[in-house]
Design a protein. Structure first.
Length: 503
């Protein structure tokens, strides 16, 4: 029995603020030398005060001969005044290879989604990585997400099961290409959660819903773990490309590692002030992935994006059901487009994803529709990176958006129409599946054109004439009828921009 109340209460006062960490005293086990099949259990109790460090490590001395580790925990949830955060405690584990940032010791993280887990050579709780249980110092990591004014009292139970270890299984991963249709528009949802983090659906259930939503590709994006990577191969197919990634969930915002190499783990234990994000953004790209800040203006604790957009390959502007924070994200992204034009620098494309976790969360609402050369990981990523995409609320909505000059010049979404400043330009949007929606053409000067509502059939063509001197870019929005004037209606779809004029 170990009790760290007093010591933790004193030391935590000196490590508040940034992504600080605190290591407690070791938990040790005394294995009986002649008994190969017994178990040993230790219990650790402690209290975390308000202002605790982001991560509290509990070293566990694992002796030789252990075949399985089991961990469970509880903590108190006292009543708090309205508007005051209560207690929330996350949990994970690192093996004998250590807890170095970006190191190789990571073996799993379930956040606050589970109260217990196990791991052994041939199996592990979802969100945890099977593998050898080697002798050495392991670390259970506690993450006090929020702490009530009364403090957070916890109890941690660690059980070691002795005996011969099972055979380590080799993971299998989904293929990086599906059958495809050559160069075409492909629909995808790149922000999804299964029971391998805090979701409630299996990969098979998600794949079934993805097919029903008309999706061609999806991306596995569990919070702070790559444990799901080895569980998608059976549900991928010629009709569904499954890319692998992670939602890197820091205390200063979340970022999608989109389409990384199988088995890639991206660390999350830092804040913006630590100046570490650039290192891990580069790791994502070295691993073949895209860096996509997720729901940058979400209001949940720790969700608001604070790392800037200098490392972003794209930004998730629309996340799940359209809400006011998505409207703010859309306006913020439009401001970034204006700045890119003003400063003559590259622009950041936008995308949308469902962030579906459990029923009744719909998979594929919204979805990003990408013009790609084929249905492969690399081709889809290139389409997203180039901004050759639009976002639709469902498979029912399809768009064709173009700009043309008077001499046959032509450009599509994410492209540039290279004509002189005073050249007349015709912008054309063809839409289906958007009954009674209004079309708005948005430029660097703001909304310069608003159509009448589309017919109840949902199909229509809208054209507008401008010049590059009047509009440096044009993007399209389809809006549902407004519930309350003068606020705009919720989005049904929006496009990435077409740029007008010579560089």
């Amino acid at each position: 029995m170990c009790d760290d109340d007093a010591r933790l209460g004193r030391r935590a006062l000196f490590v508040t603020g940034a992504a600080a960490a605190l290591t407690l005293g070791s938990v040790t086990f005394a294995r009986g030398a002649d008994d190969m099949h017994h178990t040993e259990t230790r219990t650790v109790r402690g209290t975390l005060p308000p202002g605790s460090p982001d991560f509290v490590y509990v070293p566990v001395e694992v002796p030789d001969g252990v075949r399985e580790i089991r961990v469970s925990y509880t903590y108190d949830r006292p009543a708090v005044p309205a508007g005051t955060p209560g207690n929330a405690l996350d949990i994970g584990i690192f093996d004998e290879r250590g807890t170095d940032l970006g190191g190789k010791g990571f073996r799993g993280w379930s956040g606050g989604a589970r109260t217990e887990f196990f791991l052994r050579a041939d199996d592990a709780t979802p969100a945890y990585i099977p593998g050898p249980v080697n002798e050495g110092t392991w670390h259970i990591v506690l993450g006090p997400y929020t702490v009530a004014p009364q403090g957070l009292s916890y109890e941690l139970t660690i059980t070691l099961l002795y005996g011969e270890q099972g055979a380590v299984t080799q993971p299998g991963y989904p293929p990086q290409r599906a059958k495809g249709r050559g160069r075409d528009w492909y629909r995808g949802d790149c922000h999804l959660h299964s029971w391998y983090s805090d979701g409630r659906r299996t990969p098979a259930e998600i794949a079934e819903l993805a097919r029903a939503a008309g999706l061609d590709f999806i991306n596995s994006s569990e919070h702070n773990t790559h444990s799901a990577h080895a569980h998608w191969a059976d549900v991928a197919g010629d009709d569904l490309l499954v890319m692998l990634g992670e939602e890197v969930t820091t205390r200063n915002g979340h970022v999608l590692a989109l389409g990384t190499d199988p088995g890639t783990f991206v660390d999350w234990r830092y804040r913006a002030r630590d100046n570490r994000f650039g290192k891990f953004a580069r790791q994502i790209r070295r691993s073949g992935g895209l860096v996509v800040p997720a729901h940058p203006h979400a209001t949940c604790i720790g969700c608001n994006w604070k790392f800037g957009f200098g490392e972003a390959d794209a930004v998730e502007v629309w996340n799940g059901p359209y809400t006011p924070d998505d409207e703010v994200a859309l306006a913020d992204w439009d401001g970034m487009l204006v700045a890119s034009v003003r400063e003559g620098r590259s622009w950041i494309p936008a995308m949308g994803n469902s962030d579906a976790h459990r029923a009744p969360d719909p998979v594929g609402s919204p979805q990003t529709v990408v013009l790609a050369d084929d249905l492969t990981r690399e081709a889809v990523q290139e389409g997203i990176r180039a901004g050759r995409s639009y976002v639709a609320e469902s498979k029912n909505v399809s768009l064709a958006f173009t700009a043309s000059g008077g001499r046959g010049e032509h450009a599509g979404i994410g492209e540039r129409l290279r004509v002189a400043r005073d050249t007349p330009v015709t912008v054309r949007l063809e839409a289906t599946g958007a009954p009674r929606c209004t079309v708005r053409f948005v430029t660097d000067q703001g909304v310069l054109f608003t159509s009448s509502p589309l017919p109840v059939t949902g199909a229509g063509v809208v054209e507008w004439r401008t010049t590059p001197s009047y509009a440096a870019y044009v993007r399209a929005e389809l809006r549902h009828e407004a519930v309350m004037a003068p606020l705009p209606g919720a989005l049904a779809a929006f496009t990435n921009p077409i740029f007008l004029g010579r560089d």
